[in-house]
Design a protein around this ligand. Structure first.
Ligand SMILES: [Zn+2]
Length: 255
């Protein structure tokens, strides 16, 4: 990483500011990394190592927070005051941007939506699959790519990649369509809870599963069933910068 910074600076002849989007967070209490799914980072003062190597302050934030910041600054939700960014990928995470800045929180865990249990769970959804965090039925176990795959396999006996399930659903395959509809129902419940708690102006989806185009139509039609309001004006938006938003948001930490 330090070599990359030095290389860029040699190329441009400028001295840059450095922002890093990372999994997990720097614990405000201990000053070391926690919650990272890149588990080798856990327990280390990662940012201090980089600072020592570069000889300057670096700013770090959770990658989902960086995603939310990038999309709130000049992406899908540009100009919206309160934005919830969701990552639906290998894992499930979330971040909150207020006026284009990350909301870190007292424990630096703001937006950790993936490890909240699926709300309004039906009897058939309980207790839910075991999650790596130690609990059962976390939203991540339902809404990650692997979650979608497992749900389809349990219902149909067929193990397929998420892209294949979505393609088959679009082609009219009954079992695949049922899986996608269950996914939408669960995502709608998960986001209804966020709207009840945070009432954001916009929710932007990121990660591989954000490419399922029908979500932006079906999920807002469903979520009103659980939002405590006469109507819901929250926007559900696809990302503008997609996979680049993590690194763009990290750069915005200095902007
Ligand atoms: Zn969990």
């Amino acid at each position: 990483m330090c070599a990359l910074v030095h290389e860029l600076e040699a190329e441009t002849g400028a001295t840059g500011t450095v922002g890093i989007g990372m999994p997990g967070a720097i614990s405000p209490a201990s000053g070391v990394v926690k919650n990272a799914n890149s588990t080798w980072l856990i327990g280390h003062p990662f940012h201090r190592h980089v600072e020592r190597c570069l000889g300057r302050e670096v700013r770090v934030a959770n990658d989902a927070d960086c995603f939310a910041v990038s999309e709130a600054r000049d992406g899908a939700a540009a100009g919206r005051g309160l934005v919830f960014g969701v990552i639906l990928g290998t894992g499930v995470g979330g971040g909150i941007a207020v006026d284009g800045r990350p909301l870190r929180g007292r424990n630096a865990i703001t937006g950790e939506w993936g490890h909240i249990p699926l709300p309004w769970a039906q009897p058939s959804e309980l207790p839910g699959r075991e999650c790596w965090c130690g609990h059962n039925g976390c939203l991540e176990t339902w809404l990650s790519g692997i979650g979608l795959e497992c749900d389809h396999a349990e219902a149909s006996g067929e193990t397929l990649e998420p892209e294949e399930i979505v393609a088959r659903a679009e082609a009219g395959d009954t079992a695949a369509l049922a899986t996608v509809e269950r996914y939408e129902h669960r995502l709608a419940r998960g986001l209804a809870m966020v709207i009840n708690l945070l009432d954001p102006d916009a929710i932007v989806l990121g990660g591989g599963l954000s490419r399922i185009r029908r979500l932006y139509d079906t999920v807002p039609r469903l979520w009103g069933g659980w939002v405590f309001s006469d109507r819901v004006d929250t926007e559900l938006l696809p990302p503008v910068h997609g996979d680049s938003s993590g690194v763009r948001g990290a750069a915005w930490l200095w902007g």
